[in-house]
Design a protein around this ligand. Structure first.
Ligand code: PRX
Length: 648
């Protein structure tokens, strides 16, 4: 670990960035000009069983393959490698339950748990290449399951515990999983969230799953299906196995993580092993500059890519101590997050703009209740961070001495692609800007016609050259991999986001350019929500869009037309919300549902969501000359006006 930031962290930020500015520039330039040399050196962050023959095979774009023929195992790199040295008795995780109970698991303890579960999985017939689904809340068993799968070479697909039954079954079907690891439930905000029930329902729609392993957490009553369902604690009791790690190829899949795109079907983003590992470990070092004794707290859910890369793989490869917190950051009170920072002397805190805005709303007095002087670096991810939230975080939490590391990346990119490189040399920060690319990233902003835009002009964010953390493909859909990401800008990777590069060369990421919503940092497809609403028998048609929200970033608004014979009222609205909770999960529930008698359409019958959104947000709807019925526009306006009056 470089730890350069630790050495000069007493200096004010403005003075700190100057000394090594050139170091970053040189490193970034070298990474693009001589990637062979650069990655030959930086891949050394991983211990390989066999060295790669070639850094990059770019003979079949966009199917780039990194560290060709290199052999490694990530469970080995996260565990065995650390227990061979001074980290044997170091805490890998300090896990904190919502009720305050804590569990500390050392690298040695984690190694043991992972080996036992790996042996159990083998006993249940899981072999290299078989897929498993993990549907767990924030429990230690989550990283244990991911690492056990990695140990035996079984690609896993983690399904965030906030998803409902149909979302889960779709992911099980698409991944072809043979086994599911879940829990009876989880605790969140003082309530029990039941999970096993959701699995039972999801499995009615799938055929591939042979066994379900159930972790006991809440003690909730669950149905255990004979010979299919097994208790985790029974399976691991009195075992002390060692499982030889499978020798994996650099380009063998490590996991599949489903994310939303612009059509109804979620995309199964497939990450490989070698390039991914090299990327997540290096980017964590470059962006945050952790040192050996740091406590790192990535306060995301382990079920999202942020948790995969920066709760599990990167910090373990680097041998760090991570905080893992089970529950809600405002339970039992709005000072919970700050209390954890104080109690565990967190040094590096990585959270989301929604969390910051939520805590900001509650007020700085809750932060002042606790000693936050252990903090050295503050991170942000998931959405654009507005300058006001940035400033609040910087001044009130970091006391003007902790850099804000705003990291821009995506499920597809594997790890950070844009972020201030505090571990190399901190740039002067601008509130709301992600600053500059990570080494290896060649960003470009294109206009509609495919030409690069000028500084200060808004355009589409893309990355010209491949980088080691990029996904291998989309599960079962290589054609969509190409068409969704690489066709729009002539082979460059297209992110789906808008961005600006300013006159000083700083990048500003501005949010999605496509029909994907970002609600509290959750990436949701407009069409997924519309598809779920339309399955209600009362509904004829619907249009869903995101409305700017001061805390969540965006909130979900749905306009719905009911079929003849049905009434669009509060009851129906609640019924629709209830069904979405069951099928897609609570994160997808619209915040507003408005009933209208028709929606604006083109003459060919296509619903004009753009017009619905513009009218509802009181903006100019643009060209509406192709509109079939202008009456609907007035109705939308009236519905919004009515809503405004009612909600005061
Ligand atoms: O719109 C961007 C936004 O989150 C999207 C990626 O979502 P997901 O794949 O779920 O991964 C989230 C965690 C990496 C992006 O397309 N996004 C993420 N980080 C930022 C951001 N937008 C602006 N600034 C960020 N720092």
């Amino acid at each position: 670990m470089q730890g350069s930031s630790a050495n000069n962290s007493a200096l004010p930020i403005e003075e700190r960035y100057h000394p090594g500015k050139e170091v970053y520039r040189r490193l970034h330039e070298e990474s693009l000009e001589n990637p062979e040399k650069f990655w030959n050196e930086h891949a050394g962050i991983i211990e390989w069983y066999r060295r790669w023959e070639k850094v990059l095979d770019d003979s079949n774009p966009p199917f780039y393959r990194w560290f060709v023929s290199g052999k490694l195992n990530l469970s080995y790199n996260c565990l065995d490698r650390n227990i061979k040295n001074h980290r044997r008795n170091k805490a890998a995780y300090i896990w904190i339950a919502e009720d305050g109970t804590e569990k500390i698991v050392t690298y040695r303890g984690l190694h043991k748990r992972v080996n036992v579960l790996a042996a159990v999985l083998r006993d249940l017939g899981i072999q290299k290449g078989d897929r498993i689904v993990i549907y767990l809340p924030m429990l230690l068993e989550a990283p244990v399951a991911m690492l056990a799968a990695a140990r035996i070479g079984a690609p896993f697909s983690f399904v965030f515990a906030g998803y409902g039954a149909s979302a889960l079954s779709e992911r099980i079907r698409d991944s072809g999983a043979k086994l599911v690891i879940t829990s009876d439930g989880g605790f969140r905000g003082g309530k029990v969230v039941e999970l096993k029930k959701v699995v039972d329902e999801a499995l009615q729609e799938t055929t591939s799953v042979e066994n379900v392993i159930v972790v006991k957490r809440t003690g909730t009553e669950v149905d255990m299906v004979e010979s299919r369902d097994l208790w985790y604690h029974d399976l691991v009791a009195d075992r002390n196995d060692y499982v030889e790690p499978e020798v994996m190829d650099s380009n063998d899949p490590l996991y599949i993580l489903y994310t939303s795109g612009t059509t109804g079907k979620p995309k199964g983003v497939v990450h490989g092993t070698g390039g991914y590992a090299v990327w997540v470990a290096n980017t964590l070092e470059w962006a945050f500059g952790p040192t050996e004794d740091d406590r790192w707290w990535c306060a995301a859910d382990v079920g999202w890519v942020t948790g995969h890369s920066y709760i599990v793989f990167a910090p373990l490869i680097l041998g760090l101590t991570s905080i893992m917190y089970e529950g809600s950051i405002i339970h039992p009170g709005p000072d919970r997050l700050w209390k954890i920072v104080q109690d565990y002397a967190v040094n590096l805190l990585y959270t989301s703009p929604t969390a910051i805005r939520t805590l900001m709303r509650y007020g700085v007095q809750y932060a002042r209740m606790h000693d936050l002087s252990s903090l050295r670096v503050l991170g942000s991810v998931g959405e654009p961070i507005n300058p006001a939230a940035w400033q609040w975080y910087y001044t009130n939490i970091g006391k003007d001495r902790c850099p804000i590391i705003d990291t821009y990346w995506q499920t597809e990119t594997g790890g950070f692609v844009m972020a201030p490189a505090n571990g190399i040399s901190l740039p002067l920060l601008k509130p709301g800007s992600v600053t500059f690319p990570m080494p290896g990233i060649d960003p470009v902003i294109y206009g509609e016609e495919g030409a690069e835009v000028k500084p200060g002009e808004k355009g589409y964010f893309a990355i010209r050259k491949p980088w080691p953390g990029m996904f291998l493909t989309l599960n079962n859909d290589p054609d969509r991999f190409r068409s969704a990401y690489f066709d729009k800008f002539n082979g460059a990777y297209y992110s789906g986001d808008f961005a600006i590069r300013d006159q000083d060369g700083y990048y500003w990421l501005l949010g999605r350019a496509d029909e994907v919503l970002n609600v509290s940092g959750h990436r949701l497809g407009t069409i997924e929500i519309e598809d779920a609403i339309i399955t209600s028998e009362e509904v004829a048609e619907t249009a869903v869009f995101g409305k700017p929200d001061p805390v969540r970033g965006e909130s979900i608004v749905a306009f719905v037309v009911v079929k003849d014979g049905f009434t669009g009222d509060l009851n129906l609205g609640n019924a629709i919300k209830g069904r979405i909770r069951e099928t897609l999960g609570p994160i997808y529930i619209p915040h507003e549902i408005h009933f209208v008698s028709s929606l604006p359409k083109t003459r060919s019958g296509k619903i004009m969501r753009r017009v619905v959104k513009a009218v509802a947000l009181n903006q100019v709807p643009g060209d509406i000359s192709t509109l079939e019925n202008s009456v609907s526009v007035d109705e939308i306006r009236d519905a919004i006006e009515e809503f405004r009056k009612e909600s005061g």
